[in-house]
Design a protein. Structure first.
Lengths: 313, 511
């Protein structure tokens, strides 16, 4: 197990290097006059030239990249060019916000998606068809439309929730819940549809297996067959879908965070990329790539736990 | 069937319980519902670039800076200069030495007492710093403390805008001991009416400031707490207004103003910018037809300004042919309709210039501006045979390419500065950044020189002559002055500020 994790971590480091190199190159190629962007329309050409030199933007690509890389490996990601905030501080405060949304969404998705999928597979008929139709609708309606609908109904008309803003979990749990509930629902609907469809299909397939018939013939209750054996088998593919959803939610959160004015990674990702805030964008790239690596390792370990055949030696 | 119903009822009940539970807690985290007096929640559309005095930005970032710092001088809503940290000020005869007398009862939040040495250090640090407005102090040769309360500024040339600059970010004063301290970018030390509360601030979302208990001028502290709540998205800003989460706010676009009014907000209107074409290549180096004044005038006549206000400006704007603002002594109301929409006249002028069949011209465009705007601009010019070939630019390239002098004409919107000298130095004189091809004439430079060095009357006369010349010679093709709007709720009154995107902090108060 330890060797597996180490191997995966090594692969992750290589992935981080490749992704950061590509991102740096793209930022270099796509950059306009960043010093002018920072200083604004009223700055003089001298000021712009001075800023360009100060940021090292007059240096060639390779030395600039290795400057960044050697600092980054020591944990120094620099300071945002546009807000003067240290990159690590800017990202960690926002990462906690986005992760609280994404983890909340993933838990809701796993619970509701599994319940709906099992229910549909078990009941079939009208229940099954309903879940399938709802799944298709869940896929089809974009998250931001759901978000706007939820804000209008539950925040502006019914006033049950705040339409915008964010309260930190550590400050007030009810306050936090009042600000994340609608965004989580908006994010979760599409993901629930995917998980429910996956679980439904897997459970139906697994129920048809010979070994399930054998278990039933040995007198095991239907619930025990379903929840202890069938679901455990059907859970593997669903877990893979959930992992993909988790990573996808990081992207989905960008728009939902904008609509709810939540200070997560989303707004900062869009703003810093458009501005060409290289230190901040590079920090974000490293963080999101690291999350992808970690989630994949965790999912593979969980997969092994659920399915002994896939267990990692 | 029964089970279906039971499941549905249970789900609805659970949802209602969960939602009610959340609603019960929603008051805990909110801060914008105050009826004034306690907390002012201000919707801002810019995050602070820095909170350090020497790098301070202005315009949309002015509330952050005015919360934690004082300025040497202050401006009334109409732009008149009045005392700030300095109670008196006086120029020498040739206006190259400005002597200011400072208050002696001001303390910074680090416990230091304000002295003239702090003010001198702040001015020099600002001039050498990274603020986009560092060039405001380009004429400041030196700043020194004569004694603790006397500050002497030496100018390399007379600068009619200097007093106004000292009311803005260039006049911000921080303790000399914190000059150059990078930590002040996120942890500022000032003497302002509020103290930055780093603990309650959520960077990128809400910036919290508490009332400064030791402030020298309590009359300007209208609230116990100030929350600057950042919105990047027009939808979330509208939702915040409709949900009563802000007391006052700037707006991102005018399309949501009516909905905000329906939510009980008042639209406080003012003019800040002019909007139209800069006809920069008046010598015809990049586009020879623009060298003909008839062509430039024809472009002005071809603009259906009323229609542009309705379509591009969502109805918020005043058609004009001049770039000088209504509050300027150089403003001439009759010049607003010097060029009215007249296609026959425009075509006649094009024919007189030898371009009856029109010509092609390249202009830049960026995706940040709606596609429909670019189409409308091209359509206006197409009416007199001018074909616009747009060059698509990234948002980050748009302004640098224009300033770099790559285009003979371009659409843009520029600020109407509080003083004529600022306006002339920013967008008219041959040396100015926004005279992008730096083409000028001797008479224009002479008028600007008089504005800089003449008496008040001479400067006003020169400004009026300059304005008339620019309109008649069609240096620009202004479409309209967009109406800037600052929204306030039923409990808050505001006075808008001449030449600034938002009101000054002390002019926002409870009703």
């Amino acid at each position: 197990m330890l060797r597996f994790i180490l191997r995966r971590l090594l692969a992750g480091v290589i992935l981080l290097f490749v992704v950061s190199s590509v991102a740096f190159l793209l930022l270099y190629l796509g950059a306009g006059d960043i010093a002018r962007q920072i200083l604004g329309v009223s700055a003089t050409e001298e000021q712009v030239a001075q800023k360009t030199a100060q940021l090292g933007l007059d240096q060639p690509l390779i030395p600039r990249y290795f400057d960044w890389l050697t600092s980054a490996v020591t944990g120094d990601f620099g300071t945002s060019w546009f807000t003067s905030q240290p990159v690590v501080a800017a990202i960690t405060s926002r990462l906690a916000v986005t992760l609280s949304l994404v983890i909340g969404t993933t838990i809701l998705t796993a619970v509701v998606g599994t319940a709906l999928g099992v229910w549909a597979a078990r009941k079939r008929g009208a229940a099954d068809r309903t879940v399938q139709i709802v799944s298709v609708l869940g896929f089809a309606i974009p998250g931001f439309l759901i978000a706007i609908f939820l804000v209008n109904v539950f925040a502006l008309n019914l006033k049950w929730f705040k339409p915008t803003g964010f309260v930190q979990l550590g400050v007030s749990f009810p306050g936090w819940l009042s600000t994340v509930t609608l965004p989580i629902i908006a994010l979760a609907i599409g993901a629930i549809a995917a998980i429910a469809a996956q679980i439904r299909g897997s459970v139906i397939d697994t129920m048809r297996q010979d070994w399930v018939r054998t278990l039933r013939s040995r007198g095991l209750s239907e619930n025990r067959v379903l929840y202890k054996h069938v679901l455990r088998n059907a859970g593997g593919p669903a877990l893979a879908v959930l992992a993909v959803q988790f990573v996808g939610l990081l992207g989905g959160a960008i728009i939902v965070e904008q609509i709810f004015a939540i200070p997560g990674l989303g707004p900062v990702a869009t703003t810093s990329t458009a501005q060409g805030d290289v230190p901040l964008v590079m920090g974000l790239v490293v963080v999101t790539a690291s999350i992808v690596v970690i989630v994949n390792i965790v999912i593979e370990i969980l997969h092994g736990f659920l399915n002994p055949k896939a267990r990692i030696s | 069937m029964f089970k279906w119903k039971r499941a549905a009822v249970a789900a609805a009940a659970a949802a209602a319980l969960a939602l009610t539970g959340c609603a019960g807690g929603s008051g805990d985290g909110g801060s914008g519902d105050s009826a004034g007096g306690g907390t002012l929640t201000w919707g801002v559309i810019a995050q602070p670039t820095t909170l350090a005095a020497e790098g301070a930005n202005w315009a949309n970032e002015s509330p952050y800076i005015q919360a934690v710092y004082d300025t040497l001088l202050r401006a009334t809503p109409e732009g008149e200069v009045e005392p700030g940290l300095a109670t008196e000020w006086e120029y020498n005869e040739d206006k190259t030495v400005l002597t200011l007398t400072l208050r002696d009862d001001v303390t910074f939040t680090n416990g230091d007492t304000l002295t003239a040495a702090d003010a001198a250090a702040s001015l020099l640090a600002f001039k050498a710093g990274n603020s986009p407005n560092a060039s405001n102090l380009i004429n400041l040769a030196d700043a020194k403390a004569v004694d603790d309360t006397t500050l002497e500024l030496t100018l390399s040339a007379p600068d009619p805008a200097m007093l106004t600059f000292l009311t803005q970010n260039s006049g911000v004063v921080a303790p000399a001991s914190s000059a150059g301290d990078e930590a002040t970018a996120t942890n500022p030390v000032g003497s302002g009416p509020y103290v930055y509360n780093a603990g309650e601030t959520v960077a990128g979302s809400s910036y919290v400031f508490d009332k400064n208990p030791d402030y020298w001028n309590p009359d300007d502290q209208h609230y116990d707490k100030l929350v600057l709540q950042y919105y990047a998205d027009p939808t979330s800003l509208l939702n915040a207004v409709q949900g009563g989460q802000v007391n006052v706010t700037n707006i991102i676009d005018t399309s949501s103003v009516d909905q905000m009014k329906s939510a009980g907000f008042t639209a406080n209107e003012f003019a800040l910018n002019w909007w139209g074409f800069m006809l920069s290549d008046r010598e015809g180096k990049l586009a020879p037809p623009l060298a003909k004044v008839e062509v430039r005038q024809a472009i002005n006549y071809a603009l259906d300004k009323e229609a542009l206000v309705k379509t591009v400006g969502n109805g918020y704007g005043t058609p004009t042919s001049q770039i000088f603002p209504t509050f300027s002594p150089s403003y001439d109301e009759s010049l607003d309709d010097y060029y009215t929409y007249d296609l026959d006249k425009a075509k006649e002028l094009m024919a007189d210039a030898g371009y009856a069949d029109g010509f092609e011209i390249t202009m830049p465009r960026a995706a940040a501006i709606p596609e429909a705007h670019w189409t409308l601009y091209a359509d206006q010019l197409a009416q007199i045979g001018i074909t616009v070939n747009y060059q698509e630019l990234q948002a980050t390239e748009f302004i640098p390419s224009i300033i770099g002098g790559e285009f003979p004409m371009t659409w843009f919107t520029l600020q109407q500065d509080p003083t004529d000298y600022q306006l002339a130095s920013f967008q008219i004189s041959g040396a100015s950044t926004w005279n992008v091809l730096h083409q000028t004439t001797p008479e224009v430079e002479a008028w600007i020189k008089t504005i800089q060095t003449g008496t008040e009357d001479e400067a006003a006369e020169a400004g009026q002559a300059l304005n008339k010349y620019l309109v008649e010679n069609a240096w620009f093709a202004p479409m309209y002055r967009p109406t800037s709007i600052f929204m306030s709720d039923a409990n808050t009154q505001v006075e808008t500020q001449v030449g600034n995107a938002v009101p000054y902090l002390w002019n926002v108060q409870p009703k």
